[in-house]
Design a protein around this ligand. Structure first.
Ligand code: HMG
Ligand code: MG
Length: 299
């Protein structure tokens, strides 16, 4: 496979980015963030999660956030849903696209959703059936594809099996998550190749956290394998509260900058994205994790 001419960025900052914040981010800030992001040309913005507010208090205002965003035509605003209860809450809020999530590692899945991998997939069966009947698109996540904070190495066969199951259940796209950012390019490439042997590359996305500073290198390796959908978070926010040691996602600004340099189109206005990331980091009271934003701000 060769590098695609165009890539779709799935902006996960409002969800993955904000789920891990210590201080409660005001609902109005979340809404303003999503509206700023939709003005940059992004086509997919993961808005929030309809998970248990006891487990993730930071996103307890999911319905208010979803109601408050200005839905821009042509932009999808998927939300995370762990079970039927989450599906019902999401639908009551008017959500048109969801993402279900499980993992390749049993130990992590237990910590994250209090269930085995099989149990969590069983929970998705009625969710996917209802989504199909309701015309709701469903994305699927597989976490810990390159390592688990609790069990260590994760066999490739487990990643492939879980990705295949989500695809067979009807997820239109499977996002492969390096939850704790331990992957390196050759391993990322081998993982993607193994999954792509069973699930079409057009139905795959990659989701790298930058804990060990490997995310862009891993993305490049995966682009060379032909992946054309990349998850990232503006300002490099993010992390999973149930993955010990997980830090931010790769910064969207850095991904767009790299792709521009490679002549790969994204439809995203880099200057507007940088501005949004700097606005967010000011709102969160800390420096941006995007190197591109830092360099541009200094210039
Ligand atoms: P549980 O405690 O086993 O669930 O949690 P339960 O069914 O026994 O319910 C317990 C209580 O939660 C009950 O309330 C339920 O009604 C309520 P009570 O009777 O005690 O008052 N409840 C809910 N409330 C609102 N919305 C819901 C919902 N479900 C149950 N949807 C559960 C199981 C799955 C709910 C919980 O473990 C959970 O919400 N986990 C979510 C954890 C999470 O959001 N993690 C971060 C996202 S994943 C991620 O970041 C990785 C990713 O980025 C990719 C990567 O980087 O690898 C996607
Ligand atoms: Mg993540």
């Amino acid at each position: 496979m060769s590098t695609p001419a165009r890539v779709r960025i799935v902006e996960v900052g409002p969800r993955d980015g904000l789920q891990n914040e210590k201080a409660v981010v005001p609902t109005a800030t979340k809404i303003a963030l999503i509206d700023r992001l939709s003005a940059t040309g992004l086509q997919t913005i993961e808005a929030t999660s309809f998970v248990s507010p006891k487990w993730v208090p930071q996103l307890a205002d999911a319905a208010e956030v979803y109601a408050g965003i200005a839905k821009r035509p042509g932009v999808a605003y998927p939300v995370l849903v762990p079970n039927e209860k989450g599906y019902e809450r999401a639908r009551a809020a008017g959500v048109a696209e969801i993402a279900v999530f499980t993992a390749a590692s049993e130990a992590f899945n237990r910590k994250n959703v209090n269930a085995s991998i099989d149990e969590s997939i069983e929970r998705f069966v009625p969710v996917l059936a209802r989504a199909r009947a309701d015309g709701v698109r469903v994305r699927g996540y597989v976490s810990t594809v390159l390592g688990c904070p609790y069990q260590g190495a994760v066999p490739l066969a487990d990643v492939v099996r879980v990705a295949q199951r989500l695809h067979a259940l009807g997820c239109y796209e499977i996002s492969l998550g390096d939850t704790i950012g331990v992957g390196t390019p050759a391993k990322a490439r081998a993982m993607l190749r193994a999954v792509a042997a069973e699930v079409p590359m057009q139905a795959l996305a990659v989701h790298f956290h930058d804990t060990y500073g490997q995310a862009l290198a891993n993305i490049l390796a995966c682009l060379e394998e032909g992946v054309a959908v990349i998850d990232s978070a503006v300002s490099g926010t993010g992390g999973c509260p149930y993955a010990r040691g997980a830090t931010g996602n790769v910064a969207s600004e850095d991904v767009v900058y790299m792709l521009e340099g490679m002549g790969v189109g994204t439809g995203v206005d880099l200057a507007k994205l940088i501005e949004t990331g700097l606005w967010l980091s000011a709102a969160l009271g800390r420096e941006t994790s995007s190197k591109v934003a830092r360099a541009r701000a200094a210039a």
